[in-house]
Design a protein around this ligand. Sequence first.
Ligand SMILES: [Zn+2]
Length: 381
Amino acid sequence: MIDYTILKKSRKSYARLGIVKTPHGEVETPAFVPVATLGAIKTLTSRDITDTKSQIIIANTYHLHVTSGEEVVARAGGLHTFMNWNGPIMTDSGGFQVFSLGFGRDFNVGKLMKFFPGKDTEYVHAHSIPQNLKITDEGVYFRSPIDGSALFIGPKESMKIQEKLGADIIFAFDECTPPLSNKAYVRKALNRTHTWALTCIQAKRSTQAIFGIVQGSRFKNLRIESAHYIDTLGFDGYGIGGDLGESKETMGKILQWVIPNLTERKPRHLLGIGHIEDMEPIIKNGIDLFDCTAPTHYARRGTVFTSRGKLNIRKKSFLKENEPLDPKCSCLVCQTYSRSYLSHLIGSREISGMSLLSYHNVHYFNSYVGLLRQKIKEGKL
Ligand SMILES: [Zn+2]
């Protein structure tokens, strides 16, 4: 189980400072949650999780299930011992990947509609039911991306897998609709998500904390209805999931529809969002936890986040610069290595370069949220 305490509420916004106590330690919120898809933050060691000031990580139920499987993790004693990280861990429900990989194959879409490649909305409306998945009221039939075998995950299966993985916080199984799905389809999917939320609560046997997920896409009445319904089920906290509209402005509106309708004394997690520029607005809207693959995803492609903005360290001009990535950064990489060396490594496709940049970026994201927590404390946010 977890315990959440609100330490301070902002007078300027919905931002709040809090502490989430888990069986594996405390998390100061608002907090960034680095993504450890397969039980590792890509290219980092478990020790780096602590050294980059990460407080909690989120591993991926779907990816762990389709690769080595939850039995392997369970035999090792659960994720904490398996990956040798004794801090707080979350697992997502697997729902987002099951659907997004299916939809992604159909439409090549991301989480925010602005990443949608084509503008042919009629096409999407006409084809807004995925072709690579079979969704029933019991769950989802899909094919393993590893070996093509037929797989099925529903709410009960998600609970069983997540119990074996043994994270401190788990999520209810939900249906994620793709951007631009029409309202009739989102309505149908939302009914399923709500039924599954109840099934998850009833099926869970462990003492793990469980967060319910609010869906409803970009539709105000559906988001509000979902917040109300999920709130009645007695979850330990909330996830806000799914497609978050066509722009970051729509995302703000969605949070303003949802958050006032959730029980205040429980933590709220925004799923899959958390670029540097997103952090202040989502925290101001009352988000306590959020996960995003950006720091490691960008690092592997040579982009670092610094107090002076983003730098693409692959540019040849950095080969001549002996200063650190960010002179204001206290991370081990900035204390130890030059832009020149890091530019050389990443430009030469050396794996160590990807690892060092990932380390800096994760540290930078965690430090940035730390500054925002400080701002709340000082009454500035
Ligand atoms: Zn650094």
